[in-house]
Design a protein around this ligand. Structure first.
Ligand code: DQA
Length: 167
């Protein structure tokens, strides 16, 4: 079964010594962006965000693989496989799993590569249950509250983290 959606057409390879491989993961319900609670998440679709990420990656000389998955175990599998085979760093919006998932937290702690946590909304200005992140303690850092730009800043932060040798 091939439920996790891999945007294979958007996998960019630039080659060259400086090229870094960045795995981007969008968690549950982010496939609904554009239609989903636009007052909170804006009108940008996931395609818009991925397009902006591709553009930025090209500018920065990074290669991207982008996945969206609604299931926790699929996210764990993607992180394990891609970090083993290909990725140098991860940009992840774990969406609702941010606040619940020990499995994704443990997976990010287990792999050898750093992760940057991103959120479109300012999770700390919202309901109290969103103030807790299981991911933050094992991430290199996080970006939240800047809409689509959170992802762009997250990509820049992932490259910064690699350059500065931090997991
Ligand atoms: C989110 C914030 C989460 O609390 C929520 O469950 C999401 C999206 C964000 O990007 O703002 O699905 O991760």
């Amino acid at each position: 079964m091939k439920t996790p959606q891999k945007y294979s057409g958007w996998c960019l390879r630039h080659g060259g010594l400086m090229s870094k491989n960045i795995l981007v993961i969008h968690g549950p319900n982010l496939n609904l962006l554009g239609k989903r609670e636009p007052k909170i998440y804006g009108k940008c679709t996931l395609e818009d965000i991925n397009g902006a990420l591709k553009k930025e990656a090209k500018k920065l000389g990074a290669s991207l693989r982008i996945f969206q998955a609604n299931l926790e175990g699929e996210i764990v599998n993607i992180i394990q496989e891609q970090s083993e085979e290909w990725a140098d760093a991860i940009v992840i919006n774990p969406a609702a799993y941010t606040h619940t998932s020990v499995a994704i937290r443990d997976c990010l702690a287990a792999v050898r590569i750093p992760a940057v946590e991103v959120h479109i909304s300012n999770v700390f200005g919202r309901e109290e249950f969103r103030h807790k992140s299981f991911i933050a303690p094992v991430a290199a850092g996080g970006v939240y509250g800047f809409g689509k730009e959170s992802y762009i800043l997250g990509l820049q932060a992932a490259l910064y983290t690699l350059k500065n040798g931090k997991k």
